[in-house]
Design a protein around this ligand. Structure first.
Ligand code: AMP
Ligand code: FES
Ligand code: ZN
Length: 301
């Protein structure tokens, strides 16, 4: 196969776009997909500062590199989870990446907040992944608000987004379907959340990271060895193989036609007031994360 742009030998084949690229032209293709996502959804306005959540994986590190190359004013944020045998190694990768790319890095430490993930796992009955997700989102938002960042970017890609959409659709979960999308606008106490990689699949983000020589983490979290929505991702991969482009169409058409209907039918969002302990907007007196912190303290694990 020849590269679609320059006719050299294609090294990255993209069946969903009925095409393939040489490494240089793939780089151009990738940049354009990110730029299009940002422009189509007004993700970042001129002069805005963006905090990029860096897990140490291929998606978020690739995203940070690409945003920096496109001239956006970015800072990395890593949430250190305090898991023995994995968190230090991940932090090392994120730190080395940021130094190499000259990207400023902030680290939010869950243990320093009284929220070390191993303690949460020991002391709480709820599944650790759900609790960990809530803690990360809380610390992402806190860092974005404290630092005066206009947007918080995550490395969610097309496979993550379509698998989540598929799961929400199977349950006809109208509240989630009214909300899902590549941009969650800012609202009282919350920074805008953006997903600039939503047009690119996992294979493409992996190829980008490989070609850019990014040394990313590959180990799964010891507490959740299976990636989320694995089964849904497999089903959608089968569909994509038979109908190339189906995933992006499913997602884009949902944004155009599906979501507006769910948004219209949505009940008014509940009023939020500041958490009595940390000031984070919440529906209760104490936010979920402060309640977890308190439960860990009480259990004195
Ligand atoms: P995941 O839910 O693990 O697939 O992660 C989705 C996105 O959340 C990643 O691409 C990152 O942008 C962000 N993320 C996940 N874990 C962390 C972490 N420990 N620190 C900073 N960002 C993270
Ligand atoms: Fe959160 Fe593993 S439980 S990353
Ligand atoms: Zn709180």
């Amino acid at each position: 196969m020849k590269c679609r742009r320059c006719r050299a030998t294609a090294q990255v084949k993209l069946p969903s776009h009925h095409t393939g690229f040489c490494p240089e032209c793939f780089d151009v293709f990738f940049s354009r997909q990110v730029a299009k996502a940002i422009k189509d959804h007004s993700m970042i306005r001129p002069g805005e500062r963006v905090l990029v959540a860096l897990s140490g994986g291929k998606d978020s590190l690739g995203l940070a590199r690409e945003l920096a190359r496109q001239g956006h004013d970015i800072t990395g944020l890593h949430v250190y989870l305090g898991i023995a045998g994995s968190s230090d190694q991940v932090l090392g990768k994120v730190d080395a990446f940021c130094q190499r790319e000259s990207i400023p890095l902030q680290v939010a430490s869950a243990p320093e907040e009284g929220l070390a993930i191993p303690l949460i796992k020991e002391c709480l009955t709820r599944p650790v992944c759900a609790a960990c997700g809530a803690i990360k989102r809380h610390l992402f938002n806190k860092a974005a608000m404290d630092g005066g960042f206009e947007a918080l970017a995550t490395g969610h890609n097309l496979d993550d987004e379509t698998a989540r959409l598929f799961a929400n659709t199977l349950r006809w979960d109208d509240a989630y379907l009214a909300d899902q999308g590549p941009v969650m606008p800012a609202r009282q106490g919350f920074a805008r959340r953006i997903k600039p990689l939503y047009r690119l699949g996992e294979y493409e983000t992996a190829a980008y990271a490989f070609l850019a020589g990014i040394d990313h983490g590959t180990a799964a979290c010891p507490y959740s060895p299976g990636a989320s929505f694995t089964h849904h991702k497999e089903l959608l991969a089968g569909l994509e193989e038979r109908s190339p482009g189906a995933k992006l169409q499913f997602y884009e058409n949902f944004l155009k036609r599906g979501r507006p209907a769910f948004e219209k039918a949505r009940e008014a969002p509940p009023d939020l007031s500041p958490c009595l302990t940390c000031g984070f907007p919440t529906q209760r007196e104490t936010c979920t994360v402060c309640a977890m912190r308190e439960a860990v303290r009480e259990a004195a694990c």
